[in-house]
Design a protein around this ligand. Structure first.
Ligand code: ATP
Ligand code: MG
Length: 377
């Protein structure tokens, strides 16, 4: 068994022995740069084979967390474990980590094969084994036949695949990806995302992926850690993050949302009854459990959970159509609705019928799909 596979097998045994251990575990990790606390007491456990995404606005500490996992930085407090072993003082070259960053920094004068083989060469793997592994991983990223080209003779997407091959060829225990697709155009980015996920699943390699693109995070990940200001605000599956955001920040950062003014009517077990205009909606009571009855509440509702109707007195609210934005598969309609919301409401409708039915300037009623929405004080 080669060294990396050996490490992988060891990781599995240890994880089996200590189920809570995780492939990568950050425990109370803090990192400061002078006055800036880049990471503030972060704890997170990534399961073997899991695709974990760190999502958050610029400066929230995503790259810092990856750099700590890679060993480019050491923490000021807390502990980092990979496959159960404490890594705080282990140098990068002993961590068996595959990395791919936004500027994938291929060696420009080396061939594709040379670039991919580099990590094996520095690990002292003999040439026949090296060649075999390079061929194997180039086939995986669909670049067989490109061995002798230099990076300059490749498209952006092909260069990105060389970078991925270079990260994977060492059979890493963990794959760290920092906004790897942000330089690619939309279509290429979408196809690289699919390809990455297929390869990641095939190899079952534990992956930490950094992005500030919420669509990318939701579509790719097993779980997402939403970060802000050096803290993890919520960690959950894409569905949990999107449908049950834990606070206002997560609700507004992940996906589009509307904020409707409402009032708490009462709590019925796990549900809060919120009045919006003349209607009442029931949503999970979590964040408003301890709020006094009749307190003002903000109801966060996704654009696909608002529906345009004829304006009747029984609608949640009504407003004037400011603009329709045709998006191909759906239409985004912006509605001025000062009674219920500080901002224009965004309603997302499938197809394009709404545009003809309610032209810009017309008055529409708005209703909320039953059971949808999250309430915050
Ligand atoms: N070497 C450094 N010296 C000083 N401050 C740093 C250093 N590296 C990061 N920081 C600061 O730490 C904080 C977190 O930075 P980090 O690079 O982790 O953010 P990020 O979430 O990756 O942001 P982006 O999405 O812009 O890449 C920021 O305030 C940043 O300015
Ligand atoms: Mg970054």
């Amino acid at each position: 068994m080669n060294k990396a596979a050996d490490i992988g097998a060891k990781a599995q045994q240890e994880t089996a022995a200590v189920p809570d251990e995780g492939a990568v575990r950050f425990s109370n990790v803090t990192k400061r740069f002078d006055a800036v606390t880049a990471l503030d007491n972060v704890s997170m456990s990534i399961k073997p084979g899991e695709f974990m995404t760190l999502l958050g606005p610029s400066g929230c500490g995503k790259t810092t967390l990856l750099n700590l996992a890679a060993g480019f930085l050491s923490p000021d407090g807390g502990e980092i474990r990979i496959a159960g072993e404490r890594m705080n003082d282990v140098p990068t070259y002993k961590r068996e980590i595959g990395m791919m960053f936004q500027n994938y920094a291929l060696f420009p004068h080396m061939s594709v094969a040379g670039n991919v083989a580099y990590g094996l060469k520095v690990r002292g793997i003999a040439k026949p084994e090296r060649d075999r592994r390079v061929q194997e991983v180039l086939a995986l990223v669909r670049l067989t036949g490109f061995e002798d080209r230099t990076p300059r003779q490749l498209s952006g997407g092909q260069q990105q695949r060389v970078a991925l091959a270079r990260a994977l060829v060492i059979n890493p225990t963990v794959l760290l990806l920092d906004e790897p697709f942000s330089a690619l155009d939309k279509n290429l980015r979408a196809s690289m995302q699919v390809e990455l996920r297929e390869i990641q699943r095939k190899l079952n390699v534990t992956t930490i992926f950094v992005t500030h693109d919420q669509g990318e995070a939701l579509s790719l990940s097993d779980r997402v850690a939403v970060m802000s200001e050096g803290k993890v605000r919520q960690l959950g599956t894409p569905q949990e993050i999107y449908r049950q955001p834990c606070d206002r920040f997560v609700a507004s950062f992940v996906g589009d949302t509307n904020v409707l003014r409402g009032r708490l009517e009462g709590i019925e077990g796990a549900l809060a009854v919120i009045s919006v205009g003349v209607i009442k909606v029931k949503v999970p009571s979590g964040a408003v459990m301890d709020v006094a009855a009749s307190a003002p509440i903000d109801l966060f509702v996704r654009p696909e959970h608002l529906v345009m109707t004829e304006a009747t007195p029984s609608c949640a609210t009504s407003g004037t159509i400011a603009a329709h934005v045709y998006q191909g598969g759906h239409v985004d309609t912006y509605i001025e609705c000062k009674d219920s919301s500080r901002d224009r409401l965004l309603v997302r409708s499938a197809g394009h019928e709404t545009m003809a039915r309610w032209p810009t300037g017309s008055t529409v009623g708005i209703s909320i799909v039953a059971g949808e929405g999250v309430a915050f004080v």
